[in-house]
Design a protein around this ligand. Structure first.
Ligand code: DGL
Length: 258
């Protein structure tokens, strides 16, 4: 049986991969991190589109049976084009603003993402379909993915940069914080701690990984593409960057719970 291909600009998509392996333990996965070109979040949409198509080509050449774009930024600029170019099922992550919007509430929803995502037409169209779009505050977080790409996960290392991005909302009532970039899931502890110290409200954290992994399982079942054997599948890592450096961080992230 063929593997499932997952890609991201770098290591953020590993947060999705962990979720997918949990839900589909018998499937094999190929992960491709475009670490050489990360971060995507400060690049132009045209450049992101070109890079995302390159990742897609890499995975199709490996013979995958489905592709997951585990990068909100790549989804925003290239998902339509990817779907036009490949005949495989293509799934993707997107900022999970719907669950907290549907919950309703008086407080705001902070949507943390790359600068590129916060500017994209696709994201604004998604937001316009929410119950009360004015509850959602977009927070571009340039610089954060770069630190994560270097394998730094100590919450203390993020205090200054989080304050730089979030200090404007101190004292506000925040119902939810949406992690609209797959990298940020690895520092959700630092984000929760910052929120507890500085915001009012429940500050419940949301991300799109679980929903996308569930959808992947559903699509594979629907198309009779599910691996039915009882053996555990394999996970293979590829990168456009320095293999030794990123494989070490990849292994560490796969072993971590959060
Ligand atoms: N992990 C990516 C996302 O979900 C973006 C990080 C970056 O390359 O800037 O948007």
């Amino acid at each position: 049986m063929k593997p499932i291909g997952v890609f991201d600009s770098g290591l953020g998509g590993v947060s999705f991969l962990r979720e997918a392996v949990k839900k589909l333990p018998n499937e094999s996965f190929i992960y491709y991190g475009d670490n050489k070109n990360a971060p995507y979040g400060d690049k132009s949409e045209e450049e992101i589109e070109r890079l995302a198509l390159g990742c897609t080509e890499f995975l199709t050449e490996k013979g995958v049976k489905a592709i997951v774009v585990a990068c909100n930024t790549a989804t925003g600029s290239a998902i339509n084009l990817i779907r036009e170019r490949v005949e495989l099922p293509v799934l993707s992550v997107e900022p999970a603003i719907k669950p907290p919007s549907d919950m309703g509430g008086q407080g705001k929803i902070l949507m943390l993402a790359t600068a590129a995502t916060t500017k994209m037409a696709r994201y604004h169209e998604l937001k316009s379909r929410m119950k009360e779009p004015s509850r959602i505050i977009d927070v571009p977080c340039s610089g954060i993915a770069d630190i994560i790409e270097n394998g730094v996960f100590d919450p203390k290392a993020y205090e200054t940069i989080l304050d730089e991005k979030l200090s404007g909302y101190k004292g506000m009532e925040i119902d939810a914080i949406v992690l609209g970039c797959t990298h940020y899931i690895f520092i959700s502890e630092a984000i929760s701690e910052y929120a507890a110290r500085n915001f009012k409200g429940s500050c419940t954290i949301y991300d799109g990984n679980e929903g996308t992994a569930r959808r992947l399982r559903h699509v594979l079942e629907e198309k009779n593409m599910r691996e039915l054997g009882s053996e555990r599948g394999s996970v293979t890592f590829y990168t456009s960057g320095d293999y030794e450096k990123y494989k070490r961080i990849f292994d560490m992230l796969m072993a971590r719970q959060r």
